[in-house]
Structures are given as C-alpha cells and as structure tokens.
Design a binder for this molecule. Structure first.
Ligand code: ADP
Ligand code: MG
Length: 749
C-alpha cells in the first residue's frame, strides 16, 4: 500500500467530515484538527450504564463524569439576588459496597432544565468538579444528561441499550465527555474508515486474531458491550507497543550498522598491569560483564550497552577496565558524570585506583606505560579548562572525566573510542547522540544506571541498548539498616538524632545529613530528572512548617551540645565550585566529620568511613533517591545506618515511600515499587527513546508480555528490512510517534 495515499483519510481536515461548527469546537477545546487526531482520541475508560458511580471514590477538584440517581429536588428563590437556586440530592445507592450510600448535593442557579428533568428516581450523567463545603460534597452547575429514556437513541431495544458501555473521554470543563462522544459518532459515520491504513502486518493481525483497524475504531468509540472495547484496546495497545519497539529496533539496527574502530585488548598493557595491582578480586559478575565489554570493544561495530547495577556493586571498576582497553588500543575514553561533585570524585578515585598507572597534565613525562587522566568541568578556572580541552583535542589525555561540559561545541577529541555515561538517568538519547558526534567514527558507548530498573522499563526507555546486570555486591560489604524516625509520634527523637551522630563520630566514623533545601527561602536543590514533590505533598505541608535546609541545620548544630567541637561543613549545588571540591576533599580526608548537604551527594560519592546517613524531611524525596542516598554509607566494611526523618503522620500517603525504602535494600524491588507509586509519565517522559509522546494504552508494568512480544516482532520486521520498505504504514506510524508535533500523516496527505 502506498503510505501517502493511505494516510490521506487520517490527515484530512476534520471540517470535511463533521462540518465547520463541530470542527471548530473540537479544535478549540481539544486542539485536534484532523480525522486521525480525533479517531485516536480514545476514551479513557468506560462506565457501565446499569451501575452508579461510587461517589466516595470520585476525586475532588477534578473534572469528572459520574452516573447517579436523583433522591430529591428543591427550588427556592434567593434573597440577596435575583434568581432561583435548585438543589438536587443525588446518590450512588450502594456506596461501592460499603453499605453507606454516598450522596452529593448538586446546585443549579436558575436551573430550569434541572428542575424539570432531574425528578426523584431519574438516573443521569453529571459532569463537573466535585468540591467540599464543610463536610459535605457538592457539585455546582454541572452539565448533565438523563440516562433513562435516552432521547439520543430512540427506538433502541432497552435491553441492548442497558448493556452499552458509556465511553468517558478525557474531557475539559467546557466540553463534556458526551459532547465529544456525539461528535466522534458523527465522525464514525462520515469518515472513510476502510481507507485508514493498518500499521500492523497482516500476519500479526491474523496470529493475534486482532480486529481490523476500521472495526477497532468503531468498537473503541461506540462499543455495544465491554468485550467490544476490550478487543479494540488489545489491538491498539499492541499497535502502540509495536510502533514503539520498531522505532527502537530501527535505532539499534542503524547503530549496529555503523562502523566503529575496533579496540582490541593488548597482551601487555595498562589493563593487564592494572589487573595485577588490583587490591581485590573482581566479583563473578564484574568479570563476566568485563568479558562481554572486552569482546564488544574489539569489534568494528559500535558497542551500545546499558550496565545496570545495584548501588555499590562496583560499576566504576568495570567501566575503568573498559577504558583502559581502549587506551591500550590507542584511543581515548570519556567518562560523563551528572554533577560536578561526582565528576571530581571520579577523577580523584580513578587516579587513586590507577596509582602509578596514571599521570596528570602538570607532571607528564611518565612514558607510555601510564595514562593521563584529565578533569574537564564547566566551573574550572579558564586556564585549566583550556589546558584540559587542549589535552583532549591533542590526544594527550587518555581518559577525560567531566560533566555535561564535555557536550559543549568547543570540546573535541583526538580519537574518542569509548564514552561511559555514569548514573544514566539524567542523559537522554539526544545527549548521547551529541556525545557520539564527538568522534569521527561512532564510538563505543557504555551507559550505567544509578538504580536497577524493571525489565520492561529497560526495554522501553533504554530499548536501543543491550543490557548487562551486576546483581551482587562485592564481598565484605556491610549491611545497611534503615529506620524511620517519625517526629509526629516521637517529637523527642529530634534531639536524639544528634547524639546518635555524636556516637558515630566518637567511634571514629563520619556522618551525612541530607536536607531537601539549601536555605530558608529557596525551592531546594532538586537535581533535574528526579521527581519533585508532588503538588499534593506540597499542599499538605506548605506554610505549616519550614522544611529542613542546609543553612538552617548548620546554624542549629552550632548550638547543639551533643555535637560541640565537631567539624561540620555545608555542601550544596550553589556553593562556589572550588569551595565545593575543597569541602568534599576535606570530608574524604576525614577532617570534616559531619557533612550537611543537599542531594548533591546522591550518586556515586564514595567515602568508606561514613557510617550514618540522616535524611531530614525524607518524605520529600523519591524512592530511588532515598535508595541512592542510603547507598553512600556502609561502603568500607563498616555497617551503615540510615535514618529517614519525617514529620508526617503515620499513614500519610507520602510515608509509603519511606516504608518501602525501610523494608528492603533490594534495588529491583524498590524500582518496581517506585514505578507503582509514581506516575509512569515521569519515568518515560522526555527520555523515552527520543520520542516525546507519552504512551496511551500501554503501561510498562502491566503489559510486560505485550511489550516483550512486540519487541520480538519488531526485531524480526526490522532485522530483515531496516528501512521498513515493505512496511510503509508502520514506518509512517513510527515517524508520527517520534515527531508527534510534525503530524506525519498531515504532510503525507
Ligand atoms: P557503584 O556501582 O555504586 O558505582 P562503585 O563502583 O562506586 O559502585 O564501587 C563501590 C566501592 O566498591 C568502591 O569503593 C570500589 O572500589 C569497591 N569495589 C568495587 N569492586 C570491588 C570488588 N570486586 N571487591 C571489593 N571492593 C570492590
Ligand atoms: Mg557509581
């Protein structure tokens, strides 16, 4: 089929099918202008015409659609102004099995139609925002539509009508779900659905017994029973998964088809020397992943690999060994860290780990059996930065460690062979591509995640990469114990925290205190890419209590008797970079005993002597953040303790995250929990394989088998036909998915 022709119907102006007036309304309220746009505006859910909506489950302050029965109605004239007020009490009868029927007062100003139509006993659809007045739930001037004796379906068999689900569209305050439904029904009658192309190959449609695409549009918008929309949803959901996975498979194929420089291991070189001087044995996992990387680096197609590993599983050594293989083969390696603190820390620790095998720019002259390790960050003094850039460009620097400053235009490399992206979740596909463009031939790429991620998330978010997992911790790793310190139940514990810190310091150890804010009047130091506290969280607390801040805690500790004489230092993102690295160095050297910081220490920071991590207002952080933070202690064979301090009442929804973190140290289990508690969109967001659209029917946790099957199919389709010449409709659907703002079918129409 010719894709241009095929897309003609979907790209058609809505006006041509539903008339000027309806098209204008749809464009105004939904921003949709094409036939395809409206056909793909699927109902969010369906209501059962025979059942009333449990009122207690309807969210407050959101546009909702519900079915209820009228209990009573009364109208009175208002005293203070002209007009009448009609109060209609509606009920859900059963209250969703609670036995307590939910009722709601619906008020209409001058509600003549409401007064006439909403008689006791009638059932109707209501659309509006539910609010709470004192204790009572209310709905003011909602739109409504009677259900029994539905004037829209005259002559319809009442039994059939009763079984028909009511589609609920993502509506707006001004356009009810049933108005949208009416327009869509018109469109179903007027559009040439048989001309709509099917992105699914016929073989898959047959194998899965999917309904044809034209029927699927009818069934999803105008189902006669629940099985109708379920069948339609199955096919569109699979279609979504196939388009997404084909986009990823195509990208994998394109990347694999590129030619890279093979970096073969050297028999005698830095890597061999490094392995001989390593003070510990690699874990079995580190060794196995190491072999995989060594083999892939030795090939002349680029490696594109994701390394997942539990906090503290030793990813850095694995990456460093890969970098040394590349340096041995004459290439350069770049290590990209998400923050300056982490870049500096990597720089220090990699030079320390390399020992005599490393040299830095200033000293030089160690001969070919050492590699120059260079730090390059945005905040370095100009002269040092220029020198670092020069060393990268001339090839003097074998390993360049930096932040996103490495991405800037004026940084170039002599022969970049390997890029390692540490703690990946802040680098999207675009940034990976910018980095890749720094090499004349595509470099090898190793991406490391800060936290383990569930399989299907890996398949969706990092679907263009192959995956390796480090699932064991090096031997001798001490356990971390996590406690929730609930100040609401135990206010006295607030001071107990400081004496606990003192005990740790007296035993010769060090302590981290983490705060959600820097000063008393800022929005915190939330790192980009992490979940910010939800609006609900903020509303619950705002104004009630000041959140712990770095400045505030440092101030407080100055007068804290338990910590008298203890060297305390603040650390946060707004600190001068030089001061920041001095502070970190002083903590690493065990001069500073107690570090009060924001989440800048969240990833990668590795101070073995630190044993206590206190997270203040811990409910402000996401699960993976808390898990990361806690991973900063218990690193040097000394048992670690993490205190999650909160002022929220037990049972508060935000405390569920703390309960989850306290209950397990298994990163995979936590990331699964995280995904359940967070909105999926946050995770998929912009990082999603270059595509900006969010998933419609697909849920990465619920539809693992759909995603896995689609991935297999996509691999088979793309593997034999990377340009998708035989699947033009699928190719067009991928374009549409990757560039929703471009509306591929419009340009083709
Ligand atoms: P992460 O995977 O969280 O980035 P790191 O690479 O920072 O973990 O490693 C954590 C610590 O474990 C480092 O101090 C590192 O030197 C140490 N380490 C790594 N591998 C081993 C091993 N096989 N045996 C003992 N210690 C190790
Ligand atoms: Mg690390």
């Amino acid at each position: 089929m010719n894709a241009d022709l095929a897309y003609a119907e979907l790209g058609l102006d809505l006006e041509r099918r539903i008339g000027k007036r309806s098209a204008a309304v749809i464009e105004k309220h939904l921003g949709i202008t094409t036939v395809g746009g409206l056909l793909n505006h699927f109902p969010r859910r369906y209501m059962d015409r025979g059942e009333l909506t449990p009122i207690s489950e309807v969210p407050l302050d959101e546009d909702v659609t519900l079915i209820a029965r009228v209990v009573s109605s009364s109208t009175r004239f208002m005293k203070t102004r002209r007009g009448s007020l009609t109060d209609v009490v509606i009920t859900d009868d059963a209250g969703a099995g609670t036995g307590r029927p939910g009722t709601l007062t619906v008020s209409f100003f001058n509600g003549h139609r409401a007064k006439a139509e909403l008689q006791p006993g009638r059932r109707a659809l209501f659309s509006g925002k539910i609010t709470r007045y004192g204790g009572a739930l209310g709905l003011t001037n909602p739109d409504f539509k009677l259900l029994d004796g539905d004037p829209d379906t005259p002559g319809m068999d009442p039994e059939k009508l009763a079984a028909m689900p009511i589609p609920v569209y993502p509506a707006t305050a001004k356009l009810t779900s049933w108005s949208i439904q009416k327009v869509v029904e018109t469109l179903l009658d007027t559009a040439d659905l048989d001309a709509v192309p099917d992105p699914l190959p016929a073989a898959i449609t047959a194998r899965e017994k999917f309904v044809p695409v034209a029927d699927a549009y009818r069934l999803i918008h105008a189902p006669h029973g629940p099985e109708d929309w379920q069948r339609a949803r199955d096919r569109f959901r699979y279609q979504e998964a196939l388009v997404l996975q084909s986009a990823l498979a195509r990208r994998r194929a394109q990347l694999a088809a590129e030619e890279a420089t093979a970096r073969r291991p050297a028999a005698e070189g830095l890597l061999a020397a490094f392995d001989r001087q390593l003070p510990f044995t690699l874990t079995a996992g580190q060794a196995a992943v190491g072999r995989t990387l060594a083999a892939e680096l030795a090939q002349d197609s680029p490696m594109n690999r994701l390394l997942q590993g539990e906090v503290g599983s030793g990813k850095t050594i694995v990456a460093l060994r890969a970098m040394l293989q590349v340096v041995d083969a004459g290439g350069q390696a770049a290590l990209l860290a998400p923050t300056e603190v982490l870049a500096a820390q990597h720089f220090e620790s990699i030079r320390r780990t390399l020992g005599p095998l490393s040299r830095d720019g200033m000293l030089g002259g160690f001969g070919p059996d050492a590699v120059q390790v260079t730090l390059l960050t945005g905040s370095m003094p100009t002269a040092a930065r220029k020198q670092a850039m020069l060393d990268a460009a001339s090839g003097t620097a074998g390993i360049v460690i930096g932040t996103h400053a490495l991405l800037s235009d004026n940084v170039s490399f002599y022969d970049l062979g390997l890029i390692v992206v540490d703690e990946q979740h802040r680098f999207g596909v675009e940034q990976r591509d910018v980095l890749r463009s720094k090499a004349s031939k595509p470099p090898h790429l190793l991406v490391m995640t800060a936290t383990p991620i569930p399989r299907t998330v890996a398949m969706t978010v990092f679907g263009d990469l192959e995956t390796s997992v480090l699932d064991e911790l090096p031997a001798g790793r001490a356990p971390i114990t996590t406690h929730i310190v609930g100040l609401a139940e135990h206010p006295a514990w607030a001071t107990r925290i400081w004496s606990r810190a003192r005990e740790e310091i007296d035993a010769g150890h060090q302590v981290y205190i983490v705060c959600p804010k820097i000063g008393s009047d800022d929005d915190g130091d939330f790192s980009p890419g992490e979940p910010e506290p939800s609006a609900a969280d903020l509303n619950g607390e705002k104004g009630a209590r000041e959140l712990a801040s770095v400045a505030g805690v440092v101030e407080l500790l100055r007068d804290e008797p338990a910590l008298a004489g203890v060297p305390v230092a603040p650390l946060h993102g707004r600190l001068d970079p030089v001061l920041k690295s001095e502070t970190m160095a002083s903590f690493t050297a065990n001069q500073t005993k107690l570090l009060v910081s924001t989440t800048v220490i969240e990833v990668g920071v590795d101070v073995h002597n630190a044993t206590l991590m206190v997270i203040l207002d811990a409910d402000r952080f996401g699960i993976s953040q808390l898990h990361q933070l806690r991973g900063r202690v218990g690193r040097g064979g000394l048992p670690g303790t993490c205190l999650l301090v909160t002022s929220l009442e037990p049972g508060h929804p935000s405390r569920r995250r703390l309960d989850a973190v306290a209950a397990t140290t298994d990163g995979f289990a936590l990331s699964q929990e995280d995904l359940l508690l967070r909105r999926e969109g946050d995770i998929l967001g912009a990082s999603q394989s270059g595509g900006r659209s969010t998933l419609k029917l697909l849920r990465v946790l619920d539809h693992e088998h759909v995603i896995a099957r689609a991935r297999q199919d996509a691999q088979a389709i793309v593997g034999g036909d990377p340009s998708l010449g035989a699947h033009p409709v699928l190719a067009a659907a991928i374009d549409e998915y990757l560039n929703p703002e471009k509306e591929a079918f419009l340009e083709r129409g």
